[in-house]
Ligand binder design. Structure first.
Ligand SMILES: *[C@@H]1O[C@H](CO)[C@@H](O)[C@H](O)[C@H]1NC(C)=O
Ligand SMILES: *[C@@H]1O[C@H](CO)[C@@H](O)[C@H](O)[C@H]1NC(C)=O
Ligand SMILES: *[C@@H]1O[C@H](CO)[C@@H](O)[C@H](O)[C@H]1NC(C)=O
Ligand SMILES: *[C@@H]1O[C@H](CO)[C@@H](O)[C@H](O)[C@H]1NC(C)=O
Ligand SMILES: *[C@@H]1O[C@H](CO)[C@@H](O)[C@H](O)[C@H]1NC(C)=O
Ligand SMILES: *[C@@H]1O[C@H](CO)[C@@H](O)[C@H](O)[C@H]1NC(C)=O
Ligand SMILES: *[C@@H]1O[C@H](CO)[C@@H](O)[C@H](O)[C@H]1NC(C)=O
Ligand SMILES: *[C@@H]1O[C@H](CO)[C@@H](O)[C@H](O)[C@H]1NC(C)=O
Ligand SMILES: *[C@@H]1O[C@H](CO)[C@@H](O)[C@H](O)[C@H]1NC(C)=O
Ligand SMILES: *[C@@H]1O[C@H](CO)[C@@H](O)[C@H](O)[C@H]1NC(C)=O
Ligand SMILES: *[C@@H]1O[C@H](CO)[C@@H](O)[C@H](O)[C@H]1NC(C)=O
Length: 653
């Protein structure tokens, strides 16, 4: 079992939204218009507002009702006027569920400094007339359903310091003219459908502090000119189709705090002088590109680095010391070619012991070898994700792992871990996912595993675990998946474990040496989708209570010593897609009710003692779905085919 990776990725949007708040609160300080009165400007403003209202087609919260002639428009909801001249300086109607289109008359609010319509349902285009708002400093149309292109003449709003059209359906290219907005501090165009490449003119935005273009369809190279943006502190261009190499000048932006180019097709290497040229970087992400070479040794000097996402690239070689990164909370270097599969590869981990902020560590799917370092047990107790899957890590899970009391996910599958599972694992009260399958673990499953009451997923498959399944597992009442298959487990299946009604996804106990009967507590598995006990030494009659497992889609009981007939209660298992009872000692009639199981695509009754006539409807009509060989007493006998796989209904007729 393998952890799905997507949820681990962290976006840098927190940085930017924080920034927006600061910037906007500054605007309130100089929101008043100062220019001279335009004759009858009042009327123009009222007319423009009424035209704006007229285009609003949906107003569930009835905010626009206050926009009526019984009060002056300066007192209408969301409208702010300059004290002296009664001209509209701010129009703020955010998060009000307003729908309709944007009136071009807004372009007549010539004293407007701030327009904020964020989080409504405005649609259609941004009117060209917005280009007439010469005093506009802040334009926020984020999170609407606005389509069409960004008007090129927005560049005429030369006072603009803040533009956000994030989260709309804008198409077309970023107008090169926007490079003229010399006062622009934040340009947030993310989460649209913009295409084309970044116009090099944006390199002229000398005041720019934040540029967010993520989640569009932008392509081409990241222009060298952006390296001129010396005030830039946040760059987010992730989830586009950018290619080529990042210009060296970009890595030279000494004010950068957040840098995210993840999810593109960018090549090249990381700069060797990383920490020297970006001394303030807190968030650095290049995940999901084609970056090669090594992680620069200088990274250890990036002392304020908090998030480092290098996953899913082509990085190789040794991971350098991370010794001074004591602010690091998220380290994702998974899915690269790091390490030499040898001792010493994991030394870098021990350089993190003094990092008291560490929360997420993902080094999975690399070539990292050597001992599972014991220093892990001295890691910060803030660690919540420890993901080391698919490497070449050897030796045991260190005793002391129980110190990591905030651990929620421990994923160590597909390594060469040996020895027992330490019993202090039971201290990990928050652990919800424990994957250690496909290793060489031996010894008993510790009884303390029953202390892991937050556990939802447990996979210890393909190891050499011995002894019986601890009945304490029955305390893990949030377990949805349990895979203990392919071990040397023996003894009976504890009724407490089979009675775990939380099991919903899969229970796999196959390929062990389990004995005894299937406990009747199996009836509690009402939500279970897949149940495997293949290839054990289970015996006795199949409990009729198995009929309560009405959610089952896959049921594999093959390769045991079950006897008796298939109980009529199985009639309720009609959601079954795959049913295998082969290689047992079952007898009696082939149940007629199976013909009504519409979802059934695989039915294996082979090598039992079934007798009588094989039905010829439903799944039995499909000769590539039904297998009945090795049942000597079935009517007409079994066809003489040596592979014996198919039993043709034609043969029966
Ligand atoms: C006009 O606005 C005022 C103030 O919001 C409100 O009390 C009044 O009900 C509105 N009148 C109409 C006719 O909607
Ligand atoms: C305001 O804008 C509209 C549409 O953009 C235009 O037709 C109108 O003439 C402008 N002037 C006034 C005074 O409303
Ligand atoms: C827009 O919507 C997204 C997703 O619902 C949300 O995370 C974000 O905070 C909203 N506001 C802005 C300005 O993006
Ligand atoms: C940047 O500005 C300079 C002068 O202000 C101008 O000459 C140049 O063409 C601009 N560059 C781009 C790419 O627009
Ligand atoms: C990086 O910045 C330094 C000093 O600020 C400058 O000397 C150097 O030329 C820059 N390198 C590039 C590639 O822009
Ligand atoms: C870290 O910076 C110091 C001085 O700022 C320098 O002497 C040292 O070589 C740097 N270390 C690395 C690994 O780059
Ligand atoms: C951690 O801190 C201790 C005590 O300050 C120090 O002796 C040790 O060298 C540090 N280890 C690392 C890897 O930074
Ligand atoms: C853990 O830290 C303690 C105290 O600093 C130290 O004595 C011990 O050797 C460390 N253990 C490992 C395995 O690093
Ligand atoms: C498991 O829980 C029991 C009782 O809650 C406690 O006494 C025991 O120390 C725990 N064991 C571990 C290894 O955490
Ligand atoms: C049916 O079961 C028999 C015995 O377990 C097995 O050999 C055969 O491969 C199974 N058929 C299929 C298609 O899996
Ligand atoms: C198979 O079942 C029959 C009864 O149906 C029983 O007599 C026999 O001992 C069983 N064989 C094995 C190997 O369990």
């Amino acid at each position: 079992m393998e952890l799905s990776k997507q949820h681990m990725l962290v976006s840098s949007s927190l940085f930017l939204s924080h920034k927006v708040i600061i910037l906007l609160s500054c605007f309130n300080l100089f929101g008043l218009a100062t220019a001279s009165t335009v004759i009858r400007g009042n009327d123009t403003d009222q007319q423009a507002l009424l035209q704006f209202k007229a285009k609003i087609t949906g107003d569930q919260l009835r905010v626009m009702e206050s926009w009526n002639s019984s009060i002056h428009f300066c007192n209408w909801h969301g409208v702010t006027c300059g004290h002296k001249h009664q001209r509209v300086t701010e129009l703020e109607l955010e998060l009000l569920e307003l729908s309709g289109s944007l009136s071009p008359y807004i372009g007549n609010l010539s004293f407007l400094t701030k327009l904020n319509l964020e989080g409504n349902r405005f649609s259609n285009q941004i009117p060209q007339e917005f280009g007439g708002l010469r005093r506009l400093e802040s334009l926020n149309l984020a999170n609407n359903s606005i389509s069409g292109e960004i008007p090129w003449n927005l560049s005429a709003c030369s006072k603009l310091a803040f533009v956000s059209v994030r989260g709309n359906q804008l198409t077309g290219a970023i107008p090169a003219s926007l490079g003229l907005l010399s006062n622009l501090k934040l340009m947030l165009l993310g989460h649209n459908s913009l295409s084309g490449s970044i116009p090099p003119s944006l390199g002229n935005l000398s005041s720019l502090e934040g540029l967010a273009l993520m989640a569009n369809a932008l392509s081409g190279i990241i222009p060298e000119a952006l390296g001129k943006l010396t005030n830039l502190s946040e760059l987010q261009v992730e989830e586009n189709a950018f290619s080529g190499v990042v210009p060296v000048s970009m890595f030279n932006l000494s004010n950068i705090r957040a840098f995210n180019i993840g999810g593109n097709r960018i090549q090249g290497t990381l700069p060797t002088e990383f920490a020297i040229t970006m001394p303030h970087v807190e968030f650095f992400s290049v995940w999901g590109n084609q970056i090669s070479g090594q992680i620069p040794v200088s990274i250890s000097n990036a002392s304020v680095l908090s998030v480092l996402q290098l996953g899913d690239n082509r990085l190789g070689g040794k991971v350098p010391s991370l010794e001074n990164l004591d602010q690091l909370s998220i380290l994702l270097i998974d899915r690269n070619h790091l390490g030499h599969g040898a001792e010493g590869d994991l030394n870098f981990l021990c350089t993190l012991v003094n990092d008291t902020k560490l929360e997420i560590l993902d080094i999975s799917k690399n070539n990292l070898g050597g001992l599972f370092p014991k220093c892990i047990t001295n890691f910060s107790s803030t660690l919540s994700y420890l993901i080391i899957e698919k490497n070449k890590i050897v030796a045991g899970i260190p005793d002391g792992i129980g110190n990591l009391i905030n651990l929620e996910v421990l994923a160590a599958s597909e390594n060469q871990l040996s020895g027992p599972i330490p019993s202090d694992i039971g201290s990990l009260q928050k652990l919800n996912t424990f994957y250690a399958g496909n290793n060489l673990l031996s010894g008993l499953i510790p009884h303390s595993i029953g202390n892991l009451t937050a556990l939802t997923e447990l996979a210890l498959d393909f190891n050499n675990l011995q002894g019986s399944i601890p009945s304490s597992l029955g305390n893990c009442q949030k377990l949805q998946v349990m895979d203990l298959s392919n071990n040397n487990l023996s003894g009976p299946i504890p009724p407490q474990v089979l009675g775990l009604s939380s099991l919903s996804i899969a229970l796999d106990l196959s390929s062990n040496y389990l004995t005894g009967e299937l406990p009747t507590e199996v009836e509690n598995l009402k939500n279970l989708g897949e149940f495997y006990v293949s290839r054990n030494n289970l015996s006795g009659f199949l409990p009729s209570s198995l009929g309560s497992c009405v959610s089952l889609e896959k049921l594999f009981l093959d390769g045991n010593l079950f006897q008796g007939s298939i109980h009529l209660s199985f009639t309720s298992l009609r959601g079954l897609v795959e049913l295998d009872v082969s290689n047992n000692n079952l007898s009696g009639q082939v149940p007629e009710f199976l013909v009504n199981f519409r979802s059934l695509q695989y039915l294996n009754l082979s090598f039992n003692g079934f007798e009588g006539v094989i039905p010829n409807e439903g799944v039995f009509k499909n000769t590539s779905a039904t297998f009945v060989e090795g049942n000597d007493k079935l009517c007409g006998g079994i066809p003489e085919s040596d592979s014996g796989v198919l039993f043709s209904t034609n043969y029966m007729v």
